[in-house]
Design a protein around this ligand. Structure first.
Ligand code: B4P
Length: 182
């Protein structure tokens, strides 16, 4: 099963992706985690991405595509995966489709986790990551609405778009998600 988890910053994508991967026995591909790991390792790619992340901006498409395609090539992705936080722009979605079409493995489901803006702000203010500062959160939400949300139309047109309510306990949200990803 090849699943894309989609949604605004702080809706619970990372939280749910970990659980879904355990349930389905597939790897968790979080571009946020990959970029933070590259940054900790001090690679040129990680250092460049960090400049954008600290400002609440999306990292450049070419940079993100490079790490995602390297990861998708790994043998553990052959039986499926959960993509968390990718794609976030139309060029990323198009590149993903092209890569998957070449390998004969299209996306099975794109699931948007939906949570009201006030709840997102409350969750992120509690988390305390370096990019969870109020001004940076506002920028991340602006980037999501402008660059990422239009992908709902892209995936709806391909017949793979679904949505779940992200309000409730992580267990409740997980049950809704699993019902869509059998
Ligand atoms: P991400 O790491 O993807 O960060 P995020 O959008 O905030 O989502 P995350 O998964 O961490 O949060 P979650 O909702 O699980 O991206 C960080 C940055 O990396 C981006 O801003 C960008 O700069 C860069 N980046 C990443 N991918 C990119 C791409 N493809 N292209 C370009 N740039 C890219 O959780 C939030 C909080 O809510 C947590 O504290 C959690 O405990 C809590 N929570 C979760 N579920 C809950 C529930 N049901 N109830 C209460 N709290 C809950």
């Amino acid at each position: 099963m090849r699943i894309v988890l989609f949604g605004a910053p702080g809706v619970g994508k990372g939280t749910q992706a970990v659980r879904l991967c355990e349930r389905l026995g597939v790897p968790h591909l979080s571009t946020g985690d990959m970029l933070r790991a590259a940054r900790r390792e001090g690679t040129p790619l990680g250092i460049e991405a960090g400049i954008y992340m600290d400002q609440g901006k999306l990292a450049p498409d070419a940079l993100v595509l490079q790490i995602v395609e390297d990861r998708l090539e790994q043998p553990d992705c052959r039986q499926g995966f959960v993509l968390d936080g990718f794609p976030r722009t139309e060029p990323q979605a198009v590149a993903l489709d092209e890569w998957l079409a070449e390998h004969g493995t299209p996306v099975d489901r794109v699931v948007q986790i939906v949570v009201a803006r006030e709840v997102i702000l409350e969750r992120l203010s509690k988390r305390g990551r370096t990019d969870d500062d109020q001004d940076v959160i506002a920028k991340r939400l602006e980037q999501y609405e402008r660059l990422t949300e239009p992908l709902i139309h892209y995936y709806t047109a391909r017949g793979v778009m679904h949505a779940v309510d992200g309000l409730g306990t992580p267990d409740e949200v997980f049950e809704r998600l699993v019902a869509l990803c059998q």
